[in-house]
Design a protein around this ligand. Structure first.
Ligand code: GTP
Ligand code: SPV
Ligand code: MN
Length: 610
């Protein structure tokens, strides 16, 4: 291999700790070449990837990538958090001892990049100058050019982000080795994939995938797992799978910010990018800050502040269209340099399509390939109804491409948070919205978030499960301390956010239709919540929170069956009594839950008459 130091020198990579790290892993992986990446290299890397057939053209400055067909989502059972302290073992973090995992991954990665280029991606998961900047720097090493292209969109990339660190050793070491995807036994007992965060060493070692959160290590491995651990270890901040949006009332000039957690593929991107319903558009404006991760801390003024550490969006393609999410459609239009992954692709016209993009698939099958690359026209009758796109197919675009991106999205100071919402796919029980003003009850509500899992993780679609704060796949330390850390951060705020639980996915018990139209109309529930916070409405008290009185919800232009609306604004007490019993059992698995959480559980149970 070429002299590593000469390459790093030529790339102006000055940080000696980074150099040492690159040398070490270049030696282990056996890569043939080293290349240091900056955002300016994107156009050249795109050309190289096109020439190599790793991506395909999908229109004017749009690109198509296909991942191996057994490598299309996160794998929860192959994801591990390791530390040197057995007390860090929780219920969901899949804890292993750090020495065992480092040895394992070093073995798997040894010689595994032979003949390949190892790209060095210095990145920052924050706007420069953020109060949390010291937790945000990282260097991903990857042997996959498509991963580089995605990282260029999802994070701020360049040597300038790691050359002048206050503590030059304080970057996250994030090593990604693709492995031989066709021989990894994905989903079998011989599965060779390991996605490990060695949290107390700020080291991420991922082997055996080129897809999304398995491979773009700045995103969930650093942005969520590592950052959540750092936030707890420092006692300074929370890192959560949250969207972040702003709402401006153009008449009064008021501006609110809301952050919220919904499990993967349950509506964060859609909500954060939403436009107001047409009837409310003259009065309200929604600004997009982030769709998947928020880091939150207490500001000097005693308010909770939040920021999106990412630079782009890795959004679910399915059902994204001009009606459901017009701003997302704008953000992937020609000229945006967006990359589509695992959607259907037309090899002749270079068009892409996915379920829900239009009501029906293209009528002319000529040239169309499904997400596996097979011609749709050649399908057997048995395959005729298979989806063209993978349900977890995605688009990758930068935040700046989203038309309603907040003007201050890059402001390192972050934004003050007025409301924290939790939600998910819940077919019964959860009303449209229930507000919670007590902090312990709000934290309790987040911990007991119960929803249907989605296709964003392999093999779990539709299973009803608890997903604390929507962090279940990203938990890096035990649930008891996690709850305590939440109580301590929010408790330290002099001016606290209001909590709420929302549900856009309640279904009719008979025919299964969604009771709520969802998407742009979701803003109606958030507006009510902000009015409640500001004392303009008072709602109706129930055992599980405050619901909107019927005349308090703005229904201008809303098309809904009045019987459906009634159901959305009431509590099914019998169903909730049963639920509280389930919650008792669920909470009992967690060691060291703060007493406040048990008090909240008892209060809810008692007010339901249990
Ligand atoms: P991750 O990126 O996996 O963390 O997901 P996410 O929470 O950002 O999910 P996203 O907003 O991309 O939504 C996932 C799916 O839910 C898409 O297919 C959406 O069309 C659908 N969806 C989003 N909002 C609504 C809604 O209000 N109602 C209904 N019925 N479906 C929705
Ligand atoms: C999720 O699965 O929650 C995502 C996509 O946001 S991934 O980056 O693959 O984790
Ligand atoms: Mn997510």
């Amino acid at each position: 291999m070429a002299d590593v130091d000469a390459v790093l020198e030529a790339a102006h990579l000055k940080n000696d700790h980074v150099r040492e790290y690159v040398r070490y892993w270049a030696g282990i992986t056996g890569a043939a070449n080293i290349e240091v990446v900056s955002a300016d290299d994107d156009a050249r890397l795109i050309q190289e990837a096109l020439a190599a057939g790793e991506i395909l053209p999908a229109g004017d400055d749009l690109y198509y990538s296909r991942s191996y067909y057994k490598d299309t989502a996160r794998s929860e059972e192959r994801t591990i958090v390791a530390t040197s302290n057995p007390a860090d073992k929780g219920v969901y973090n899949n804890w292993y001892p750090a020495p065992e995992m480092k040895e394992k991954l070093t073995g798997l990665m040894t010689g595994a990049s032979r003949g390949k280029t190892m790209y060095v991606i210095p990145y920052l998961m924050s706007a420069p100058g953020s109060p949390l900047e010291k937790y945000a720097a990282g260097v991903e090493l990857t042997d996959n050019r498509s991963v580089v292209l995605h990282m260029n969109r999802m994070a701020r990339v360049g040597v300038e982000y790691i050359n002048n660190l206050a503590d030059p050793d304080s970057f996250v070491r994030a090593v990604h080795v693709t492995g031989d995807l066709e021989n990894l036994g994905q989903g079998t007992p011989e599965d060779k994939r390991y996605f490990v965060t060695v949290a107390d060493e700020r080291t991420i070692l991922h082997y055996g995938s080129s897809y999304g959160g398995n491979a773009l290590l700045g995103k969930i491995a650093h942005g969520l797992r590592q950052a959540a651990y750092d936030g707890w270890a420092s006692r300074k901040f929370l890192a959560e799978q949250f969207m972040l949006l702003g709402i401006t009332d153009k008449v009064t000039g008021k501006k609110w910010h809301i952050a919220g957690g919904f499990p993967s593929a349950s509506g964060k991107t859609n909500l954060a990018m939403t436009l107001p319903p047409d009837a409310l558009g003259d009065r309200y404006h929604v600004e997009f800050y982030g769709d998947d991760i928020a880091w939150m801390w207490v500001g000097e003024d005693g308010r909770l502040y939040g920021m999106n550490p990412e630079f782009g969006v890795f959004g679910v393609a399915k059902d994204t269209n001009e009606h459901t999410n017009p701003t997302a459609i704008e953000s992937i239009k020609p000229g945006t340099r967006a990359i589509f992954t695992n959607v259907a692709y037309n090899a002749k016209t270079h068009k892409v399509w996915f379920e829900g993009r239009t009501p029906n698939p293209p009528a002319d099958l000529d040239g169309w390939l499904d997400w596996k690359g097979n011609p749709v026209a050649d399908r057997s009758p048995a395959e005729a109804n298979d989806p063209w796109a993978h349900p977890n197919s995605r688009f990758t675009t930068t935040l700046a491409n989203v038309p309603n991106i907040a003007s201050d999205y890059d402001n390192p100071a972050g934004v003050p948070i007025d409301g924290i919402i939790f939600g998910g796919r819940t077919r019964d029980r959860e009303p449209l919205i229930r507000a919670i003003t007590d902090v312990a009850e709000g934290v309790y509500d987040g911990l007991t978030l119960g929803a249907e899992a989605t296709f964003a993780a392999d093999g779990l679609d539709g299973q009803l499960r608890y997903d604390p704060m929507s962090m279940r796949p990203f938990m890096s330390y035990p649930e008891g301390p996690y709850a305590a850390h939440w109580l301590s951060i929010i408790g330290a705020c002099a001016n606290k956010p209001i909590f709420a639980h929302v549900n856009w996915f309640q279904r009719d018990a008979e025919d299964g239709h969604f009771l709520w139209p969802g998407y742009r109309d979701n803003l109606r529930a958030l507006l009510w919540l902000m009015q409640l916070r500001d004392g303009e409405v008072s709602g109706v008290e129930t055992p599980v929170g405050i619901l909107p009185a019927k005349d308090e919800l703005n229904t201008d232009g809303l098309q809904i069956d009045p019987a459906d609306l009634d159901k959305l604004l009431t509590i099914d007490v019998a169903r909730w009594k049963q639920e509280v019993g389930f919650r008792q059992e669920y909470l009992e698995q967690f060691a060291g839950l703060p007493e406040e959480i048990w008090t909240a559980q008892r209060r809810v149970a008692e007010s339901l008459g249990n």
